[in-house]
Ligand binder design. Structure first.
Ligand code: PGA
Length: 251
């Protein structure tokens, strides 16, 4: 049984005051939801305040990035231990925006996954093809390369995969439920060939223009185990409706 996981990726949004306001409004909306794992990923500067306000709740905390060294002369970087220190349960690694704007590669992603897992952080490992790659019929090749490169020699304790087609991120264009299922099934089969039957327990989230209106049909797919939500997670009401997809059924 894979427990659905729905995560809010706030990206570069929310001051500390906005974070506090959001959480104050959000927690009552999701009170009593315990059949879905709920995760918020604020920017680094809001992690400590988020940890304080989420304490004792059913909502977990994630960071959006991490460096692989424990400490040292790495100006501007944050270590896995520092994320544990502010009570993060998860960290997002390899988001396409980091690959596109900050030069992340399968190799750096691989190092980050290693360090995060070794520190006991859950990893939300993002992969996905661009529109150009999809149109050239290379989707599966790209997913396989990102998966094998990112996971080389890695343990997969606490691993969550997020399939995020780059053409669906922030564009309002969601993958159809069939396109999502096809990619998720491919990913699960690849995980099976790398790690065996444990692949059945790994959650594969869909990301890319998830909204309250489309989450239920995505979640109805066999290999879709949750969502990574950007834009529609920035308002407590909208994100809570996504989290409660079983009740709202697209409403
Ligand atoms: P979006 O972003 O929901 O705004 O498309 C998703 C993501 O990048 O994680």
């Amino acid at each position: 049984m894979r427990i659905p996981l729905i995560a809010a990726n706030w990206k570069m949004h929310m001051t500390t005051a906005e974070t506090r306001e959001y959480i104050t409004e959000f927690l009552p909306l999701v009170e009593g939801v315990n059949d879905v794992e709920i995760v918020l990923a604020p920017p680094f500067t809001s992690l400590a305040v988020a940890a304080k306000f989420l304490k004792g709740s059913n909502v977990k905390l994630a960071a959006q990035n991490v460096f692989w060294e424990e400490k040292g002369a790495y100006t501007g970087e944050i270590s896995p231990q520092m994320l544990k220190d502010v009570e993060c349960s998860y960290v997002i690694i390899g988001h396409s925006e980091r690959r596109q704007y900050f030069g992340e590669t399968d190799e750096t992603v691989n190092k980050k996954i290693g360090a995060a897992v070794a520190t006991g952080l859950g990893v939300i490992f993002c992969i996905g093809e661009t529109l150009e790659e999809r149109e050239a019929g290379k989707t599966f090749d790209v997913l396989k390369k990102q998966l094998t490169g990112g996971l080389r020699d890695r343990k997969i304790d606490g691993l969550v995969i997020a399939y995020e087609p780059v053409w669906a991120i922030g564009t309002g264009k969601t993958a159809t439920p069939e396109q999502a299922q096809e990619a998720h099934e491919f990913i699960r089969n690849e995980l099976r060939s790398l790690y065996g039957d444990v692949s059945e327990s790994i959650r594969i989230l869909y990301g890319g223009s998830v909204k309250p209106e489309n989450i239920a049909t995505l979640m109805a797919q066999r290999d879709v185990d949750g969502g990574l939500v950007g834009g529609a997670s920035l308002k407590p009401d909208s994100f809570s409706r996504i989290v409660k997809f079983k009740e709202t059924q697209g409403g």
